[in-house]
Design a protein around this ligand. Structure first.
Ligand SMILES: Nc1ncnc2c1ncn2[C@@H]1O[C@H](COP(=O)(O)OP(=O)(O)OP(=O)(O)O)[C@@H](O)[C@H]1O
Length: 265
């Protein structure tokens, strides 16, 4: 049997200033999972994502990527990509050049890189804006460029930290549908952070509900992976039921965080 994409055993983080960003967390992510982290502000969602991306070092616990250490990820031909809330595009470069950047850094030859950048832009419905500049695009389009820049590397694991948090609801819903299509149809493994309960209910195959003070996983909620994530699902009783159950778990997590805070005060 192949190793899981990620396995975290008692991973925790205490920052140098003494703040506990994350209490021991156990998490296993298998190929094709869409795992969403949801929870109150400050519960450690971004900290957990950054630990997985090796942008933070854990204070304790054990973490494996495809059964090995982080240093082996590249050697095993595995790739990880990170999408942030801000699209972080280079304003002076065309959209094609922005998307090509990771391939240019890897010194992929120009004509292959151009073809792959165009293919990635077409996957997010932006094949027609390759020669535009970021300032000419809407917020939603910029975010799709950022996703194309992550997809161009053909990642085995996609990490997304509140990518659609700054967008209006209509654009966000459309991008959620596009993400679901990309992830479920192509079997992409994704770890996603959001504040929005409906987004978690729509996208995920598993939701980790986190609690704060100290940050930890409060509950785990499975959603049938075979559900087609489309407008029909969004309007269904099944979606309403999932959203309601997640809301109850979030409410529990928030109440528990408040009790912990009061006990410490
Ligand atoms: N570099 C750091 N140094 C010290 N404390 C930090 C650092 N980064 C995060 N923290 C603290 O760790 C805790 C978890 O922060 P984190 O950003 O992971 O939470 P979050 O759930 O992503 O929050 P939000 O939803 O508001 O983005 C918070 O108390 C935060 O203040």
């Amino acid at each position: 049997m192949s190793s899981p994409v990620l396995s975290l055993a008692s991973i925790e983080k205490v920052f140098p200033n003494g703040v506990r960003g994350l209490s021991p967390v156990d998490l296993t992510v298998e190929k094709g999972d869409f795992v969403t982290l949801i929870g109150p502000s400050g519960c450690g969602k971004s900290t957990l994502l950054k630990l997985i991306a090796n942008l933070h070092t854990p204070s304790g616990g054990k973490m494996n990527w495809w059964g090995g250490n982080f240093g082996d990820v590249g050697r095993k031909g595995r790739r990880m990509a990170f999408v942030f809330q801000d699209a972080t595009l280079m304003p002076w470069a065309t959209i094609a050049k922005n998307v090509r950047l990771p391939l240019d850094l890897e010194k992929v030859d120009r004509s292959t890189a151009d073809k792959r950048a165009l293919a990635a832009l077409e996957r997010v419905g932006l094949g027609h804006v390759t020669e535009h500049y970021p300032a000419q695009l809407s917020g939603g389009m910029k975010m799709r460029v950022s996703i194309a820049r992550a997809l161009v590397t053909e990642p085995d694991l996609l990490l997304m930290d509140e990518p659609f948090g700054a967008l209006d609801e209509f654009t966000r819903n459309r991008l959620d549908e596009e993400m679901a299509r990309l992830c479920y149809e192509d079997g992409l493994t994704t770890l996603f952070v959001t504040h929005a309960l409906h987004e978690a209910a729509f996208l995920s195959s598993r939701v980790m509900v986190m609690a704060a003070r100290p940050g930890r996983i409060h509950a785990e909620y499975e959603i049938d992976q075979s559900i087609l994530r489309n407008e029909e699902f969004r309007l269904s009783d099944q979606f309403a039921g999932i959203s309601r159950e997640l809301a109850i778990l979030l409410e529990d997590a928030s109440r528990e965080s408040m009790i912990q805070q009061e006990m410490r005060a």
